[in-house]
Design a protein around this ligand. Structure first.
Ligand code: NAP
Length: 362
């Protein structure tokens, strides 16, 4: 009996030349279900080979894969890309029309950008937290008359924040949260923050960041009922800082639980947490989505950001807080779990649930 040939889905990347786009390229190499077939970026890059387009700005520790290096960069046009679906790492300022044009043309978009995240009929998805929210796709398609769809992943601070809070919220409820972030420079893209601003320094403001961190976790932890997400109802106060770290966003989270609990119980909830990707054994799923470390000097960006291929959130220093009740330190890799890896995990869930299929080019 012959072994059936596995037909991988053909994938394109919008914004393939940026920091997140580059990470998509690295993470999609040898993916068991998806094969990268096209890369697209701005008019300035379009028409060049990928290696020419990123000359001097390839920021990954591995070489550009050979098959990608010689691929011609195309414009972000659904008719120019022969893909079953696309990942988007587009600049937020240009994503709206481009992503819509793909969804309208029948090409699903798995997006990193902020543009559609908070729209009522668009899933804001972390497969460990709210896999059932993918049902919004059916409503979105019907309402917008799209044959494709858009699914988004959250902001790179909202992801570790929501993931760290999830098991606590489910077990004992949450009344309020304060979060102070120390965010890596790779979070600003390339060239990002000028070196003269960040060396020997810290910048206490990231344009547009705090409102995202204060709202997105409430949609993620919300319940889907009667076709709408009822947001979680606790306040989050965020203060976001840029620091001189290459990769890895670090968060100090203080929180008040709704029910009485203990430090030991909270640590156990974190350690025991598993979700749908672990059950389904999705290829990019970490075995332990939350890792708790007892060493008071951890987590640290340089030492802990790459745990489980950058897909795990690392937590430490969970202790009592005289003001809020509890506090903890949380770390997530911003371009992997906070961006490209998050979107790939979303695509894997959508594939398993039958939302991503071979399309018109089959
Ligand atoms: P980036 O390095 O600045 O890359 C932006 C990408 O958008 C490039 O490929 C660029 O192409 C493309 N682009 C710009 N203008 C365009 C246009 N008019 N038409 C088509 N393509 C255009 O940014 P990034 O850090 O990768 O971030 C990408 C997105 O992901 C942003 O929306 C960001 O907010 C989000 N995000 C980033 C992170 C992170 O840690 N960096 C985390 C989560 C989410 P050219 O090279 O041709 O200009």
């Amino acid at each position: 009996m012959s072994i059936p040939k596995i037909c991988k889905l053909r994938v394109g990347i919008l914004g393939a030349t940026g920091i997140v786009g580059q990470k998509f390229i690295v993470l999609l190499q040898n993916h068991p279900w998806f094969e990268l077939v096209s890369v697209a970026a701005s008019e300035e890059s379009a028409g060049k080979t990928y290696e020419k387009a990123v000359a001097g700005r390839w920021k990954q520790q591995v070489d550009i894969p050979k098959n990608v290096a010689r691929t011609k960069v195309s414009q972000c046009d659904p008719h120019a890309m022969q893909a079953d679906f696309v990942f988007s790492g587009l600049d937020g300022a240009v994503a709206k029309d481009i992503e819509r044009s793909f969804a309208e043309s029948g090409i699903p978009v798995i997006s990193n950008t902020k543009t559609y995240r908070m729209e009522e009929d668009v899933p804001l998805l972390i497969p460990e937290i709210n896999p059932d929210h993918i049902r919004l796709i059916d409503i979105q398609r019907k309402r917008r008359q799209w044959s494709g769809f858009i699914v988004t992943n959250p902001n790179c601070v909202a992801i570790p924040l929501a993931m760290a809070l999830k098991p606590i919220y489910d077990a004992v409820g949450i009344q309020k949260v304060s979060v102070v972030s120390m965010q890596a420079i790779s979070g600003a893209g390339f060239p990002g923050v000028a070196s003269i601003d960040i060396v020997d320094n810290l910048i206490p403001y990231i344009v547009g960041e705090e409102p995202k961190v204060e709202t997105e976790p409430l949609k993620l932890l919300g319940k889907l009922a009667a076709g709408k997400v009822k947001f979680a109802a606790f306040p989050i106060s965020a203060q976001c800082n840029r620091v001189a770290v290459q990769d890895g966003h670090f968060l100090n989270i203080s929180f008040t639980t709704a029910k009485k609990t203990s430090v030991e119980r909270l640590k156990k909830l974190i350690r025991d947490f598993r979700g749908e990707p672990q059950k389904l054994k999705l290829p990019s799923a970490p075995q332990n989505p939350l890792i708790y470390l007892d060493d008071d000097f951890r987590p640290q960006p340089r030492l802990d950001r790459d745990r489980e291929g950058g897909m795990a959130i690392t937590i430490g220093r969970l202790r009592e807080c005289p003001v809020f009740g509890y506090k903890m330190a949380v770390l997530g890799h911003n371009t992997i779990r906070g961006a490209a890896g998050a979107a790939i995990l979303n695509a894997e869930l959508l594939y398993k649930k039958g939302y991503l299929v071979r399309s018109r080019f089959s």
